[in-house]
Design a protein around this ligand. Structure first.
Ligand code: SAM
Length: 391
């Protein structure tokens, strides 16, 4: 079929759902008949969604693209507070699965015409009687538009079992509403030329169903013994990193702390030596354990402790007030200390009030190796760390 729409019709259908999501901000969304996950891939960027599920009868189709739903590097490097769990199931919309109940939005885009009419009845019972989403968006071809599609004879796809006129779609949708306690509005995408819009309608017709309050008096296809039906196969699931998860929060705080501790140390060294960049080579460490102390507000004094490592001690209080992100992430100084305690990448002073950053001469390679072997971390945002996160 010639591409007579711009943007293409499938994009217009997806955009319809995306605009709806932007407007109504559902937290839990299912795409039925998700195919190769293309709508889901777009929806995952709408981070008000916390739970995103795809279902298709064709597991091979899902498997081809489901890994593209995985978080990308920036999701790990700059996680937000938003949470997102993605699940992909192989299963038929004519069968129930308890994991799909209680969602805010269910979409079924160009799916029902692939079902026999008997299965459309099962679909109605499963979606509106069992899953009972707050909202459902159902799209299907409008057969009245077909004469405008160049070169088309018969159905738009060989697998279509039917293609409904607007009246037929309307009749099914209104029956669903009566039976299961919903109301519906009709719209569509893919406009006909101006003078034919009224007579043929949209190329894809869409019903937006809203669950009615107090729908208990309507037919619900759920009885007690059916509540825990699990007929779908879970193919893929992933949780996006979120700052609400303690491990992710700790990882980001550690990364920020190491980065800023190093930055503060370098600044101090620049000021102390009056030179930039070559500050390392200008400081004399002599292998003795020099612990260089910041006073609050970045004043420092030098103190000999007799150990082997030379460190700069950067007080947590300085980090906390110097870097708003550390303050925001940790909430309080004691939380910050708590998050850093027992972190192998962070060396705290004995009283736990400062981060010890290695004071390192650039040309002392052996020392560098020792340092890397030890439990001290190199200063933040290292490539190795990022690779680990991606893995
Ligand atoms: N929704 C996607 C879109 O808009 O691009 C894909 C639409 S494609 C025309 C129809 C999809 O419905 C196919 O991926 C097919 O495998 C799936 N499908 C057909 N019968 C199904 C059933 N009984 N249960 C779940 N999915 C089904």
């Amino acid at each position: 079929m010639d591409p007579i729409f711009s943007p293409p019709l499938y994009r217009q259908r997806q955009q319809f759902v995306i605009d709806f999501v932007k407007k109504t901000k559902p937290r839990k969304v299912i795409d039925l008949g998700c195919g190769e996950c293309s709508l889901l891939k777009k929806l995952r960027f709408h981070r008000e969604i916390e739970h995103l599920v795809g279902v298709d009868i064709n597991g091979a189709k899902i498997k081809r693209k489901m890994h593209e739903l995985a978080p990308v590097s920036t999701d790990y490097l700059q996680p937000s507070y938003d949470q997102l769990r993605v699940e992909m199931y192989q299963g038929s919309v004519t069968q129930r699965d308890a994991r799909l109940r209680g969602f805010d939005l269910v979409t079924s885009i160009e799916l029902i015409e692939h079902l026999t009419l008997a299965d459309v009845e099962h679909f109605s019972a499963v979606v509106f009687g069992y899953m009972t989403p707050v909202t459902a968006i159902v799209s299907t071809p409008n057969s009245e538009f077909n004469p405008l599609l160049p070169g088309l004879s018969g159905f738009r796809h060989s697998d279509h079992k039917f293609e409904w006129s607007r009246a037929e779609f309307r009749s099914w949708a209104l029956r669903v509403c009566l039976e299961y306690g919903y109301e519906v509005e009709f719209t569509g995408v893919g406009q006909a030329p101006q003078d034919q819009q009224h007579s043929v309608g949209f190329c894809s017709q869409i019903g937006v169903f809203q669950r009615l309050e107090g729908r208990d008096r309507f037919r619900a296809s759920l009885s007690d013994d059916e509540e825990d039906v699990f007929s779908y196969t879970l193919l893929y699931c992933i949780n996006y990193p979120s700052l609400r998860d303690n491990n992710t929060l700790r990882r980001v705080v550690v990364s920020e702390v190491l980065y800023w501790a190093e930055h503060i140390k370098n600044k101090w060294m620049e000021e102390k030596t009056g030179k930039k960049n070559d500050a390392f080579s200008l400081c004399q460490t002599e292998g003795g354990m020099d612990e260089l102390h910041f006073e609050p507000h970045m004043e420092m004094e030098e103190k000999q402790t007799g150990s082997k490592m030379t460190c700069v001690s950067v007080p947590l209080a300085v980090l906390w007030s110097f870097c708003p992100k550390i303050e925001e992430l940790s909430g309080s100084l004691s939380n910050l200390r708590h998050l850093l305690m027992d972190e192998p990448g962070v060396k705290l002073s004995q009283d736990g009030s400062s981060v010890l950053v290695k004071y390192q001469e650039q040309d002392q390679e052996e020392e560098v190796e020792d340092f890397e072997d030890s439990n001290y971390a190199e200063c933040s945002h290292s490539a190795e760390q990022e690779e680990d996160w991606e893995v």
